[in-house]
Design a protein around this ligand. Sequence first.
Ligand code: 2P0
Length: 333
Amino acid sequence: MAKENGKATAVAHSNIALVKYWGKRNEALVLPWQSSLSVTLAPLEVKTTVAFGAPEDNIRLNGKEAKGSERARVIALADVVRKSKPQLGPLCVHSEGNFPASAGLASSAAAFAALALALREAAGLEEEVEATSLLARLGSGSACRSIQGGVCVWHRGEREDGADSFARQHFAAEHWPNLRMVAVILSREEKAVNSRDGMRNTVQTSPYYPAWVKAAEADIGPALEAIGARDIEKLGTLAERNAWRMHATSFAATPPLSYMKPATLAILLALEEERRKGTALWFTLDAGPNPVLLTEEAHLPKALAFAERFSPLEAVVCHPGGDARLLSEGHLF
Ligand code: 2P0
């Protein structure tokens, strides 16, 4: 067991949504308007060590003391666990990612998934996938989809208390081992509007928002079918359309919100021509300028050559990853 005097270490992969989560119906409980679907991204991962019984709360992220809202979000999640066990006392958290936090690679999903798993273990709670996903969701919505590996669906749930809003694995990583996600890093600049603020503004002001909710919910079933059949063309086509629609809702907000840069659009618009040449290549795009290309191992050389044409800072090749897990050694402190 990873536990040792209330100390625990967990590792979780990042994930990329193919049916996006965009907008909350309850901000405090991080409850979405619609369900979303993602694939975990190996080898990208975050490792987090948690220990209760420290002299005071001490949070270090990627070697630096966390401040402001970063620190507040970690402490708020710890408080959820401490509420039922006040004797746990102050905690020490060290967290490190094996990829840059600002690369637009959903580092918060991996970070809060690892934190949720480590917090529950350090608090002596049972290892339980559903409860861990629920806890991770309170840290960051997309994190609930990083507790299990492979393909997970965050079912929006119906209850007002959020007890039925968590992610479940639908396919393990082994189902489609040659699926590839290539993150094309065009910019490492911090975005002007973070996802939390961007989605809030979209929910409140975009006239397209209700249409997005309906369309995104309807994408879940066909996406699962395409994944079940390992049909990259069907999945890629659906993922692209879902990403365009998510961004369209934001373009229509007041003030309008575009996470795309000119270089982003250049890549997206060049994909159709690349497909005409026979390359199995589609995109998805999160709340940032860096597209993630979807392909299969056999088309990876062509996918990388395509990405190179746009002079990216980096192209990070990922494959479906496994479950978040506890480590019995290698604690960060
Ligand atoms: C997703 N994104 O499904 C979508 C697509 C960005 C675009 O989840 O406010 O960091 O912490 O729940 O999870 C990013 O939002 O937001 C996100 P909070 P989160 O992956």
